[in-house]
Design a protein around this ligand. Structure first.
Ligand code: NAI
Ligand code: SF4
Length: 440
């Protein structure tokens, strides 16, 4: 994690990192280290409150879901019906897979106890006695570290029977997925957790009403839950003093691609890409930014004209995209936009679960057209066809994967139509002629 320079180029009100504060310390992941940094103090404060007051407190803090959609976390907790006699579950979505997104995995690796503490707080609030972490299966070292942290937490009395004498009994299960992107969609994740093939369920009912085993379930992202202990410990006003009015707080931005120093940068919401690049060394030397994604490939791309867009939900939305997972993938002028969009679309076609026709068929046809254009075998009419197919996926698919697949098509045609046309008129890729025969 990069320490933000508080005296230099950083914008006003930038505070020291919170989630990533001690990632660089030796053995940052152990309970001992976490205790040295006020670990589990937020939990003690939470347990002194009534569960409903705790939910109201988190709601008042303005914390919004960090998985991509930005849904208010406290409001999600409030949806869980009380006194219904059913078990309630908390499921942490740690199946991070959005292209370019790489914040939850380092967070879990470096500071797993912030998540575990947040889980205990959330379960106390929603009156749940069983929580699950659904982890992306490929990251075996993270799985091991998480198991070890959970073991430490049980041993210290933060999990198990009568947590810290509060009367809360809580079991925590860590479950590793099998590497399907669609299992990050919350209802597909629940199906997978129940032992079925992971495919999205119809919503409503939302998980808050009928989730895991058809019981009321909160599904929250890793970063959302890991942010809760600091809010309890330092106060909701402290949290609200950062970021913007409707998007308060700190967050992790993942900077990748043609930048001098890729990595996780923790900063208040509302910072701009220009500021982040200033702090991190900028685009690689001798090059300039061409296009970038504010929140992974599922969010419409931006260009160098958007460097000053505030990176919060409202700012990015007003500029025509979505904040999403805050995965800032930066591409310089050497990158072929058609090539990049082809690679992303191949990913969506591969990961489409096949449940609904617009996404299953549409992503396949998008790939065929893009490969032809990239190889110099496209026709001008293909550009309208691309738009048309994307239009028939967008808003007409069963889950957000379809919309995500359509988004780079729309935005690249909007900003770089000329580059598509150059591939067609020049019968090949203007960036690398050798590539034009790639799909021949
Ligand atoms: P959504 O906006 O439909 O829902 C967001 C959350 O709010 C869900 O947990 C949902 O259950 C809850 N919710 C919404 N309306 C509700 C209501 N009326 N009652 C109760 N609960 C309600 O977004 P969705 O489809 O869950 O996720 C899309 C987002 O996922 C995108 O913004 C994208 O950025 C992100 N994403 C993240 C990935 C990652 O690796 N972290 C991968 C792919 C997409
Ligand atoms: Fe499956 Fe794609 Fe339909 Fe989602 S949009 S249900 S991933 S086929």
């Amino acid at each position: 994690a990069a320490e933000i320079d508080k005296n230099g180029t950083s914008p006003e009100k930038l505070l020291a990192p919170v989630l990533s504060a001690f990632w660089d310390e030796p053995e940052s992941w152990t309970l001992d280290t976490y205790h040295r940094h006020d670990g589990y103090e937020g939990l003690r404060k939470a347990l002194a409150m009534e569960p409903d007051d705790l939910i109201a407190y988190v709601k008042d803090s303005g914390l919004r879901g960090r998985g991509g959609a930005g849904f208010p976390t406290g409001m999600k907790w409030q949806f869980i019906p009380q006194g219904d006699g059913k078990p309630h579950y908390l499921v942490v979505n740690a199946d991070e897979s959005e292209p370019g997104t790489c914040k939850d995995i380092p967070l879990l690796f470096a500071n797993p106890h912030s998540l575990i503490e947040g889980i205990v707080i959330a379960c106390y609030a929603i009156r749940s006695s069983h929580a699950f972490i659904y982890l992306r299966g490929e990251v075996v070292p993270v799985l091991r570290r998480l198991h070890e942290a959970v073991r430490e937490a049980y041993e210290a009395g933060y999990l198990g029977t009568n947590v810290l004498g509060s009367g809360l009994d809580l079991e925590l299960t860590v479950h590793a997925g099998a590497g399907a992107y669609i299992c990050g969609e919350e209802t597909a994740l629940l199906d997978s957790l129940e032992g079925r093939r992971g495919q999205p369920r119809l919503r409503p009912p939302f998980p808050a009403v009928a989730g895991l085993y058809a019981c009321p379930t909160v599904v929250n992202n890793v970063e959302s839950i890991a942010s809760v202990p600091a809010i309890l410990n330092k106060g909701k006003d402290w949290f609200k003093s950062m970021g913007s009015e409707k998007s308060p707080g700190f967050t992790l931005y993942s900077l990748s691609g043609h930048v001098t120093s890729p990595g996780q940068y923790e900063a208040p919401l509302g910072i701009t890409l220009r500021q982040l690049l200033d702090m991190s060394g900028g685009i690689r030397e001798g090059h300039r930014l061409k296009f970038w994604t504010p929140g992974g490939s599922s969010t419409p791309m931006f260009t160098d004209e958007h460097l000053d867009v505030p990176l919060d939900y409202e700012g990015v939305g007003a500029a025509g995209s979505m904040l999403g997972t805050k995965a800032l993938q930066c591409f310089d002028e050497t990158t072929c936009v058609v090539r990049a969009v082809t690679r992303w679309t191949e990913f969506y076609a591969h990961e489409s679960c096949g449940k609904c026709t617009p996404c299953r068929e549409g992503t396949y046809w998008l790939v065929q057209l893009l490969r032809d254009i990239e190889a110099g075998k496209g026709q001008m009419a293909d550009l309208d066809k691309l738009n048309d197919i994307a239009d028939n996926i967008n808003g007409k698919s069963f889950c957000a994967l379809g919309d995500g697949a359509a988004s780079p098509i729309f935005s690249s045609l909007k900003y770089f139509r000329e580059e598509y046309e150059q591939h067609i008129t020049g019968k090949g890729c203007p960036f690398d002629p050798a590539r034009s025969t790639l799909w021949a």
